[in-house]
Design a protein. Sequence first.
Length: 89
Amino acid sequence: MGFTEQINEDIKKAMLAKEKEKLAALRDIKSKLLLEATSGNGEVSEETAVKICLKLHKQRMETYDLYVAQNRQDLADDELFQAKIIEAY
């Protein structure tokens, strides 16, 4: 199973389980993959998909650090949760 198929399958599972936070993270990955596919040759390689996930994870962690510095633990927890979901890929 390819990376994109795995993301689509996990989105379906998250929708059925009504996991909003997990679904948001997975949809973000999928949107970045689709954006890359439409700007390129139409197919996203596994290497490119991993780079996209690493970039998204880094963004989440930077935002988490920013929220912690601003004493916004409620928002920081959401970012950390999404970072952990993205990290799994």
